[in-house]
Design a protein around this ligand. Structure first.
Ligand code: 8YV
Length: 314
C-alpha cells in the first residue's frame, strides 16, 4: 500500500522525531530541498500532512499549494507560524504539543530569573577567566520574595506562578479577562502590571494582539530595577526598544530565550552582564522533545486511522 506523504517544514533537527516519522510515512524534508518551489510542485499531490515546529509552520501560500493536505501536526505549543484561519476555511485539521512541555518552559523561566538576578552566567565567566584569584565576585540581587508579574496565565503562566510561589514571590498577572478561579492579583493592562512587579514574564501566545505587547511604555513602567523574562516569542517585545532601555539602564535586566529574528540576536546585548541569552531552548530536553514527537506522530496516526485526535486545535 502506498505510504502517506508528510511534508516536514521544520529543519530535521531531532533524530527521534525523524525516525518515528520515517517508520510510518513518506517524509518530504522541505528544508533540505535546494529549490523549495520545485520540491513542492514535484510532491504536492502526495502530501496529505505537514509536520512543523514553533519556527516553521505553514502559511496560506503553502497550504494553497497542497491540494491533498488534510492535517498539520506541529511539534510545538505555539502555532503563530500556522495560518489557522486558512486551515479552518479549508477544513484542514491542526494539532500541537501542549502540556508535555509546560514544566520545561516554566523551569527555564525560573532559571532565567535566578540567572539574571544572581548573575550566574557572569560569575561562571568570572571563575573561568581567573579573575576570582584577584578578588571576590560582587554582591548580586536576591530572587526569593521578588514580585513576579506574568503576562498570560495559561498552562505555562500558571506553572511559572506555582514555581515562583515556592520562592515566596508575590504573583500578579495580566490577561484579556480576569480569571475567577485564581488567587493572584489581576491587572487589566500590561503597563499597570509592569509598574507593580519587579520581574515581568511573558508567557502568552503570540497573536496580532500580543505582538510587541512589551513596548517602550511597558519597559519604562518596569523600570531600572525591573527584570524582563521572555520564554514566549521574540515578537512579544519591541526588541530595539528593549535594547535601548538596557543600554541606557532604563531596564534593570533581561533573561531571553527567544528573539525577533532567530538565530540573529542584537549584538549590543552581548556585552551586558545583566542580560542572559539562550538559543530558544525552552522545550529542549531529551524527555520533553521525545514526548512532543510522540504527540506529533500520535496525532497523525489517529487522523489517518479515523480515531480522535490527541491534541486538536482546529
Ligand atoms: C520549540 C516552541 O521552539 O513549543 C513551542 O512553541 O517554540 C518550542 O517547542 C520548537 O517548536 C520545537 O520544535
Amino acid at each position: 500500500m502506498e505510504t502517506i506523504g508528510v511534508l516536514m517544514t521544520c529543519p530535521p533537527f531531532f533524530p527521534y522525531l525523524l525516525e518515528q516519522l520515517e517508520k510510518r510515512f513518506t517524509l518530504y524534508k522541505l528544508q533540505n530541498a535546494p529549490d523549495k518551489t520545485q520540491f513542492i510542485n514535484s510532491h504536492k499531490n502526495s502530501i496529505r500532512a505537514i509536520v512543523g515546529s514553533g519556527g516553521f509552520g505553514a502559511d496560506a501560500k503553502l497550504i494553497d499549494q497542497l491540494p491533498k493536505l488534510e492535517i498539520i501536526s506541529s511539534h510545538s505549543v505555539g502555532l503563530d507560524k500556522v495560518d489557522l484561519p486558512k486551515c479552518k476555511e479549508k477544513g484542514i485539521r491542526v494539532t500541537n504539543t501542549p502540556d508535555v512541555l509546560t514544566d520545561d518552559v516554566a523551569d527555564l523561566a525560573i532559571g532565567l530569573m535566578l540567572a539574571v538576578l544572581r548573575r550566574l552566567c557572569e560569575s561562571d565567566r568570572y571563575v573561568r577567566s581567573g579573575k576570582w584569584k584577584k578578588g571576590v565576585y560582587k554582591l548580586t540581587t536576591k530572587f526569593t520574595g521578588k514580585s513576579v508579574g506574568i503576562i498570560g496565565l495559561g498552562r505555562i503562566g500558571m506553572a511559572i506562578a506555582k514555581r515562583a510561589e515556592a520562592f515566596s514571590c508575590p504573583i500578579s498577572y495580566y490577561s484579556r479577562t480576569e480569571k475567577r478561579d485564581v488567587k493572584y492579583k489581576y491587572y487589566p493592562s500590561v503597563v499597570e502590571l509592569a509598574a507593580n512587579c519587579q520581574i515581568l514574564v511573558i508567557a502568552c501566545a503570540l497573536t496580532e494582539e500580543t505582538r510587541h505587547i512589551v513596548n517602550r511604555e511597558v519597559i519604562n513602567a518596569l523600570g531600572p530595577m525591573g527584570v524582563l523574562i521572555n520564554i514566549g516569542r521574540g515578537p512579544h517585545i519591541d526588541e530595539p526598544e528593549m535594547v535601548s532601555a538596557l543600554l541606557e539602564s532604563r531596564l534593570g535586566g533581561a533573561g531571553l530565550d527567544v528573539f525577533e529574528d532567530e538565530p540573529n540576536v542584537p549584538e549590543q546585548l552581548f556585552r551586558l552582564e545583566n542580560v542572559v541569552l539562550l538559543p530558544h531552548v525552552g522545550t529542549a530536553t531529551v524527555e520533553t522533545r521525545k514526548a512532543m514527537a510522540d504527540l506529533v506522530v500520535g496525532n497523525l496516526e489517529a487522523h489517518f486511522s479515523n480515531k480522535p485526535l490527541l491534541t486538536p486545535v482546529v
